[in-house]
Every structure is written in C-alpha cells, then in structure tokens.
Design a protein around this ligand. Structure first.
Ligand code: SF4
Ligand code: SF4
Length: 202
C-alpha cells in the first residue's frame, strides 16, 4: 500500500469497513493465469484451521508440485489488526507459488469444493476472493501494492472495466445481499455526485 494511503476521506461504512470510493473508477482487466497466487495469501486463523480440517479430502486434489506435508502449508501466525481474530496465518510459497496452487494454475481448495458440488469458494480464504481488492486499515480498498509488484496483473492491453465491475461477484459474496445493495446505492450516489460536480473524483 502506498505511503500516502489514508482512510480520512472515506465517508461510507458498510459491514464495519470504510469504502474507498476509488474502487468505483479504478480501471482493471483480469487476464492472466493466476499470478496473484504466486506469493501465497494471509488467512484468518479460522480459515487455516478449516483447511487443515479437510486435509484428507484436499490431498488428492494436489499434484507433485505441491507439498503433501501439512506442516509445510502455513507460516507461523502473526499479529494483524485487519483480521477479526487479530492474527493472520500466511500460506507458504512452495515451488514459486502458493502451496494450494497446482501446476495448472488452479487452486486446490476451489477444485475440491467444485468436485463436491459445493459453492466454489467454500474453502477459499477471503483475501483470495477479494484480490485485487483488499481490506487494509479497516477499509475495503485496492491492493495496489500487490498489483504493482506483479508482472502481468492489470498490465495487459485490451478493454478495462472498473475494478468494482471486475469484482462484482466477489463483492456480492463478501458483503451478502443486503450490504451489497447498500454498496450499490453508495456507488450510484457517489458517481452521481462526481457527475454533478458536488465532489471531485478520488
Ligand atoms: S487478479 Fe491479476 S494476477 Fe490475478 S488472475 Fe487477474 S490479472 Fe492475473
Ligand atoms: S489459497 Fe488458492 S486462491 Fe488463495 S493464493 Fe492459494 S492458490 Fe491462490
């Protein structure tokens, strides 16, 4: 996140998170094969525990490029206020990619959920679902630091939509129906205020 990052101008709060209005205009196109998974992800401790609890059924969805040693899957827990429990647990990077990413660039957690006929993101950590958005200092914002360090992410030619539109399904999932409707209403209100010159775009 850039050094100038501040939530001071964020006025709308939904589900306990301030909303960075830049998400409504930031151009984005998602066109690579999951480079975002190459650094692993921070999980809530409940998420890493859930993953460990399904280890037996997860193992068959992992290939020879992934570790079958469950002790190698996660880093040591560390304090992080952006996590509900105050503790974040990172997934380890093995063979240059998240321990749960297979050689085809697919997430084993998602493969398992889909094979079970369950909701595709049932086992996926929330930060994986949200990226290229993220939660930072109590706000929903753009993970520009991670986007910038990736070689291909949002750097391909072609049509760009807003990051909000690119992440619509993920936002619906994260916020739930009622809170997402509030986010939609805020977006309309915010864009209308920009159009009428009541406020300046962020
Ligand atoms: S979010 Fe970025 S890194 Fe991840 S798949 Fe899309 S373009 Fe690639
Ligand atoms: S858990 Fe799955 S989606 Fe998340 S970084 Fe690892 S491979 Fe990617």
């Amino acid at each position: 996140m850039s050094e100038e990052f501040s939530t001071k101008s964020f006025t709308k709060e939904i589900k306990g998170l301030l909303i960075d209005p830049l998400i409504f205009s930031f151009p984005f196109n998602c066109k690579c094969n999951g480079e975002c998974c190459n650094y692993g992800v921070y999980t809530e401790s409940t998420e890493s525990q859930l993953i460990l609890s399904i280890k037996e059924k997860l193992l068959p969805f992992m290939d020879e490029t992934q570790s079958k040693d469950i002790d190698a899957w996660f880093e040591a827990p560390e304090e992080d206020e952006d996590f509900e429990s105050g503790v974040a647990v990172g997934t380890n990077v093995i063979n240059g990619k998240c321990t749960f990413l297979d050689k085809e660039g697919l997430c084993s957690l998602q493969k398992l959920a889909m094979a079970e006929g369950a909701y595709k993101w049932k086992y996926k950590p929330v930060y994986c679902i949200l990226f290229p958005l993220t939660i930072y200092e109590g706000s929903l914002t753009i993970d520009d630091e991670h986007i910038d360090r990736l070689k291909f992410c949002n750097k391909q030619n072609g049509e760009h939509m807003t990051i909000y539109e690119a992440c619509r399904e993920e936002l619906q999932h994260f916020f739930g129906e009622k809170n997402f409707a509030e986010l939609e209403a805020y977006r309309k209100e915010y864009l209308n205020e920009i159009k009428t010159g009541e406020i300046n775009a962020q």
